[in-house]
Write a protein that binds this ligand. Sequence first.
Ligand code: ZN
Length: 383
Amino acid sequence: MITQETIDRLVQFEESRFPVVSVYAQVDVDQPARLEFRARVLDLLDRIRPMAEDRSLDRDVRMSVRDDLARIMDAVVDDRKTPGAVAFFSCSGRNLFEEVALPRPVHDRIVQDATPWIRPLVATLEEYHRTCAVLVDRSRVRSWEFYLDEMRETDTFRDPFPRTTGYPDGRGGDRLRHKADEMTKHHYRRVAELLTDRFRRGEFELLAVGGQADELPAFLDCLPADLRVRLAGTFTADMDSATPAEVRASARAVLESHDRAEEKRLVDECLDAAAAGQPAAVGLDDSLWAGSVAAARSLLVQDGETVPGVVCDRDGWLALSGTTCPLCGEAVRQTPDVVDELVAAVIEDGGSIEHVRAKTPLREHVAAATLRFPLPPRPGADD
Ligand SMILES: [Zn+2]
């Protein structure tokens, strides 16, 4: 399954004269779709097959591409694939072959470039947060840990609670109600402590809390501040009837809207910083220049948007167009997606990436970034 280590390894892959073939293909849940899956991948591979026959290329380059196609096809035929998607990265001339399972479908795509095309991997991984989903009522708790769509039940327990079908009138009823409230408070505190311990041990990043709408606020009040900021949201669920699958669906919906809200917040923050004259790049042109000089701290890119451009493999200069690099004078390399080169450069420079799916002004800008320092003037620019 996809990990940050895989992405880092692919980012560090250095370009050479051998092309890298990157393939993404959706894997359907049902088994009869396997033949169809093979046919789809074969179809993708056919798009670059002419390159393996192209006599204008060096023989070892042609052989590398031919081996890539064969290796990917072998991997497609042999293995059992888990539903979601699979990505292959192959550059036989440089001894690269990676197969990566993705937990969710991505668009089928083949890209041939000097470096691995990693954006769908990065976008997928950033969507996943180690999450604790907890279902709580006045005396019971159940919790699950989610990661990459896998779910594991972690804690389940019940604290004492008065057995009653109702509270009698008068002082006896008040006393019973008071006792029940005290026991509930004790239970909530115990659950909060348990979650806090697990959170501080690094077992999860985000929390989704389910229960009865009228009971949740009292429980949330028991969470310490550092855990409360990790609350992605709440959902309504009944302790007795909720199935793990329902909890998973609810938690997923909570995380989905939390992610979209987070994206909007990051875009606002970046555009506000730019408007206030703080170091920021707005638009692809400035963002590419920021990536060229390792200035980007946090890069936001519109999900699904690919833009051709150029890159200098000597010093990492990135731009939308050009024939020679203004920094070193070398000839530039054309790339089918310069945003991917930018994402890889920012990861390599230790910056963070967010693929934005929410509707925000980033749709017009394609990319924006908060910066570590103001952008230097561009080479050859008058001002
Ligand atoms: Zn250069």
